[in-house]
Ligand binder design. Structure first.
Ligand code: SF4
Ligand code: SF4
Length: 198
C-alpha cells in the first residue's frame, strides 16, 4: 500500500496527546527555544524539535512517524528546562515514538532507525539480569539488526576489532564481564516488567 507522506490526519495530535508523555503537545506556541537549546540540533541541522511538534499539530502523521528525527532525541531535557509552555518535548518525542511503533507493528509505516531495536534489547537484559549485560545486549542487538547469527558475528567482529579492543585495552571491558551477573531478587524486576506489559 502506498502512503502519501503529506496526507493530513487531523486526529494525529489527539492521538499523541492521549499517549503517555504527549499530554502537553498542544501548549506549544512555536517560539523555537527548544531547537535553539538542543545539542542534537546544534550538530545536525535536520533535527528540529519545534518543526516536529508543528508537523504533528498540523496532522502530518505519516511524514512525522516515518522520519528519522523522532529517534534522534537524546533525552537530555535541555528543552524541557527552557520551554516557556512546559511542553516537555522529550516526553512528547517518546509519545510520538510509541505511536510510530504501533503503526509499524500494523505495517502502516517503516522504521529505519535501529534505536527501537537497541532499546528493546537493552530492556530484555534488564528484565533477565536486573542490570545491563553488555555482551548479551550486543549479541541480541546485532542478531536483530543483521538478521541472523553468521552475519551478526561478522559485523560484531568488524566493529569489535575497532571499538571492543580499544575498550578492552583501557580496562573498560574486563574478562569478568563476559559472563552475566544477576542482581539479587530478579524475580521482582520481572514482576515490574510484567505489570508494565499487562
Ligand atoms: S520551546 Fe516549547 S513552546 Fe517553544 S517551540 Fe519548543 S515546545 Fe514549543
Ligand atoms: S531532550 Fe531531545 S529535543 Fe530536547 S534538547 Fe535534548 S536532545 Fe534536544
Amino acid at each position: 500500500m502506498s502512503v502519501n507522506a503529506w496526507e493530513l490526519d487531523p486526529e494525529f495530535k489527539y492521538k499523541v496527546a492521549s499517549t503517555p508523555g504527549g499530554e502537553n503537545i498542544m501548549r506549544c506556541f512555536q517560539c523555537s527555544t527548544c531547537t535553539a537549546s538542543c545539542p542534537i540540533a546544534d550538530i545536525d541541522s535536520n533535527y528540529n524539535p519545534r518543526k516536529t511538534i508543528r508537523m504533528t499539530l498540523l496532522g502530518m502523521k505519516n511524514k512525522v512517524l516515518s522520519s528519522d528525527e523522532i529517534w534522534m532525541c537524546a533525552i537530555c531535557q535541555m528543552c524541557t528546562e527552557r520551554c516557556p509552555q512546559d511542553v516537555r518535548i522529550s516526553d512528547v518525542m517518546g509519545a510520538i515514538r510509541q505511536v510510530a511503533e504501533k503503526e509499524a507493528e500494523k505495517g502502516n509505516i517503516d522504521i529505519k532507525s535501529v534505536r527501537p531495536t537497541f532499546e528493546k534489547a537493552f530492556m530484555h537484559q534488564i528484565e533477565k539480569y536486573g542490570r545491563s549485560y553488555e555482551i548479551g545486549l550486543t549479541m541480541e542487538y546485532y542478531q536483530k539488526v543483521h538478521k541472523g547469527f553468521v552475519s551478526a558475528m561478522m559485523a560484531m567482529q568488524k566493529d569489535y576489532t575497532k571499538l571492543g579492543m580499544r575498550l578492552f585495552k583501557k580496562g573498560k571491558m574486563p574478562v569478568t564481564s563476559v559472563l552475566p551477573e544477576k542482581i539479587k531478587r530478579t524475580d521482582e524486576v520481572k514482576k515490574i516488567f510484567k505489570s508494565i506489559g499487562d
